[in-house]
Design a protein. Structure first.
Length: 374
């Protein structure tokens, strides 16, 4: 089998020489599965904007890689800076994010810029944003609103130009209900949301990723590139992958080591016993259709045109598109506009046309410093 995914499929991978890699993060993404291709199109549509992005998904699905892709497509000149909020000690978190002056606290022997200043002109990626302490959430909200930071021990604000991309593997709505996350900060972060499906829901990506990791580790270990047998490939596709892409990488790494550099067979694949048992007992899932979502819509339109449709078909279709985008965006006008590639005024006109503006009365009103929710 080849090392790389198909030539027409983009590959996202961590930069070579990346320092202090997290053991649980995904180091590669491909977009072969229809669900992944739709995700990539959505990301590429949102990337040129300056709106904050909230990326959600299970651990190991590739959230940092998507954040890096947002930065690359944004054409921002500054750096991409990644920070794991869950790895910062609560005592040093404010200094890490916003910086400090010499003598600001015990041990502060010199001036230090924080991560916001380090990312000036570029993108700041805050991973595991749900782990940020509440007192830091207040200060983060102020920085996002004022677009300036104040170092600890200073009164002088420093203007910043940073696009924020945050990520979480927890439900922030539940965190708000539990009192662990501020609702106003969630509004500010959640202008545009990207949800990464788990690997078990994009099975078309499994073998291209397996082949990529096979090539990477064969080269790194200076070993011949082995094949993956049909039986092993079937086992890889059937497995539930609770650890997602990072687990797939580990399984392939182990398989190379124990296969004797020959063909990889099912016995060389070290799966989690509980997850493997669940996969074997679960009914076989039907193969996913190979059509893209737009191809499916096109075929259904053909069926519509071949039948006798009542007048006003265009209005029905337009209304359905607007209504579904609005509901998918949790009745958030800005997110619905981003989904459809429209401006704020254009989406408001369409929402009014289909009597959907009144639904936002249930949500939050537009207000300075808050994300519009309708």
């Amino acid at each position: 089998m080849g090392q790389n995914p198909p030539a027409n499929s983009p590959l996202l991978a961590m930069p070579q020489g990346e320092t202090q890699p997290l053991s649980i993060r995904a180091k590669a993404l491909v977009f072969v599965d229809p669900a992944s291709r739709a995700l990539l199109q959505y990301v590429e549509r949102l990337a040129p904007s300056e709106a904050p992005i909230l990326i959600t998904g299970e651990t190991g699905t590739g959230k940092e890689l998507i954040a890096r892709h947002f930065h690359l497509l944004s054409r921002r000149k500054g750096p991409f800076v990644a920070v794991n909020c869950g790895a910062i000690s609560e005592q040093l978190a404010e200094s890490e994010l916003f910086g400090h002056e010499a003598g600001a606290f015990t041990g502060a022997t010199g001036r230090r810029e924080g991560w916001f200043e380090a990312a000036n002109g570029g993108t700041l990626f805050l991973d595991e944003i749900g782990d940020l302490p509440l007192n830091l959430q207040v200060k983060l909200l102020r920085v996002l609103q004022e677009r300036e930071v104040v170092r600890i021990g200073s009164r002088k604000p420093i203007p910043i130009d940073v696009r924020l991309v945050a990520a979480t593997n927890v439900d922030l709505d539940d965190a708000v209900t539990a009192g662990h996350f501020r609702l106003d900060l969630l509004y500010r972060l959640n202008i545009a949301q990207v949800t990464l499906p788990p690997l078990r829901e994009r099975t078309g990506d499994i073998m291209p990723l397996a082949e990529y990791f096979l090539g990477q580790y064969s080269q790194r270990l200076n070993l011949p590139l082995p094949d993956i047998s049909d039986a092993a490939a079937a086992a890889l596709r059937q497995y539930a992958w609770p650890g997602n892409i990072r687990e797939l990488e580990n399984v392939i790494h182990f398989a190379i080591l124990v296969s004797g550099h020959a063909r990889i067979e099912p016995e060389h694949l070290k799966f989690s016993s509980a997850a493997a048992s669940m996969a074997r007992s679960a009914p076989a899932r039907p193969a996913l259709p190979q059509e893209t979502p737009l191809e499916v819509i096109r075929s259904q339109l053909t069926r519509l045109f071949e039948t006798n449709q009542p007048e006003g078909l265009f209005s029905q279709l337009e209304g359905m598109l607007v209504r579904e985008a609005f509901e998918f965006s949790s009745q958030n006008q800005l997110r619905a506009a981003a989904l459809l590639g429209l401006t704020r005024n254009e989406i408001r006109t369409l929402l009014a046309r289909y009597d959907l503006l009144g639904q936002t009365a249930r949500g939050r009103r537009d207000a300075p410093g808050h994300v519009a929710n309708g």
